[in-house]
Design a protein around this ligand. Structure first.
Ligand SMILES: [Zn+2]
Ligand SMILES: [Zn+2]
Length: 347
């Protein structure tokens, strides 16, 4: 089969490899769609301590089961499925508390085992046992299903920050994740969602996703906008999806007293801001973060996609064949569109 392996920094190699056989507790998947995540780009540019190269990355996967090991139950050949990213060990503190996404072992598809930028992927035993493999509706396309993993992270963030109906919410960054936040928050009854984004094409997408107001921070001042929008009260919730120390600090200013802030995008610790903790104390704020998503929210994400609760097609702006994966990465890195998805079965 063909696969695209990361062989070094910014080096992707489209090559023929042997597909390993399916063990008794494993599943072989024909990969139909795999999205490029911000973390794939980070690995592509900087490497990652959890990855030994060459490695096939990619964890936002949807495909069709073509073989199940003799001991696998509940899933069978022909099932159309989408995957979560984490490979929970099943036995550490977090796994036993139903938080497999925080598993001590930190194993994920596309990190310690080969992922989705390939025609086929073999899902390891721990993943088949404890990971998230969700069947998708016949009406759901593989492209749409490949959004289940990033969207599960969005649902996790919304749960964590406590956003709900009636809230005024500021979302910094309108990439694929930011736009999914905007659409989901509106669907859940947010009164006003204000998106902040420098790039004009992405501002357009934020508006299409349902933002009530879209702000260009290079010409507009956020504190003026908050005065207009909330009579000086401040936002109920602020979600920072852009990796920026400046924005994380601005969030402390524009959130109302007793409001909450979600920090979604990680940064290198050297770039971490001196966080003004006095604001957290005296404004009585809740500042939280999320990484990945627990299995129940991956299941919920698939339900949103199957039911078409928001327009998921809006978030996919580019698709590529497998041999074009390098171009797909460079396009994603250009930050013009939203999600870039590779379709390994496309000729
Ligand atoms: Zn992802
Ligand atoms: Zn574990």
């Amino acid at each position: 089969m063909y696969a695209v392996a990361l062989t070094g920094k910014e080096q992707l190699e489209y090559r023929e490899v042997t597909l390993s056989s399916c063990g008794p507790e494993e599943i072989t998947l024909k990969v139909h769609a795999v999205g490029i995540c911000g973390s794939d780009l980070r690995i592509f540019k900087q490497g990652d301590s959890r990855i030994d190269m060459p490695r096939v990355t990619g964890h936002e996967i949807a495909g069709e089961i073509i073989e199940t090991g003799s001991m696998v139950t509940g899933l069978e050949k022909g099932d159309r499925v989408t995957l979560g990213a984490h490979i929970p060990c099943g036995f550490c503190y977090y796994c036993q508390k139903n938080m497999g996404h925080q598993c001590e072992k930190k194993h994920s598809i596309g990190y310690q085992v080969d992922g989705g930028f390939a025609e086929y992927a073999v899902l390891p035993r721990e993943f088949v046992r404890f990971g998230s493999i969700q069947k998708i509706a016949g009406t759901t396309s593989f492209e749409q299903a490949s959004l289940s993993e990033p969207f599960s992270c969005v649902l996790s963030g919304i749960r964590e920050v406590g956003a709900g109906a009636g809230d005024t919410i500021v979302v910094y960054g309108a990439g694929a994740i930011g736009c999914m936040y905007i659409a989901a928050l509106k669907r859940m009854g947010a009164a006003r969602v204000i998106a902040v984004q420098r790039s004009a094409p992405r501002r357009q997408k934020a508006a299409e996703a349902g933002a009530d107001r879209v702000v260009d921070p290079s010409i507009e001042n956020m504190s003026d906008i908050m005065n207009e929008e909330t009579n000086g009260l401040g936002a109920d919730r602020v979600i920072v999806t852009a990796p920026s120390a400046e924005l994380q600090n601005e969030a402390l200013d524009i959130v109302r007293k007793t409001g909450s802030i979600l920090l979604f995008a990680g940064m290198k610790s050297a770039e971490a801001p001196p966080f003004d903790t006095d604001k957290i104390i005296y404004k009585q704020l809740r500042v939280t973060g999320t990484h990945g998503a627990p299995r129940d929210l991956h299941m919920e994400a698939v339900k949103w996609i199957d039911e078409g609760l928001i327009n998921f097609d809006l978030f996919i702006t580019h698709t590529f064949a497998l041999y074009e994966t390098d171009l797909a990465f460079r396009t994603a890195d250009g930050k013009e569109g939203l999600k870039c998805v590779v379709l390994p079965q496309k000729p």
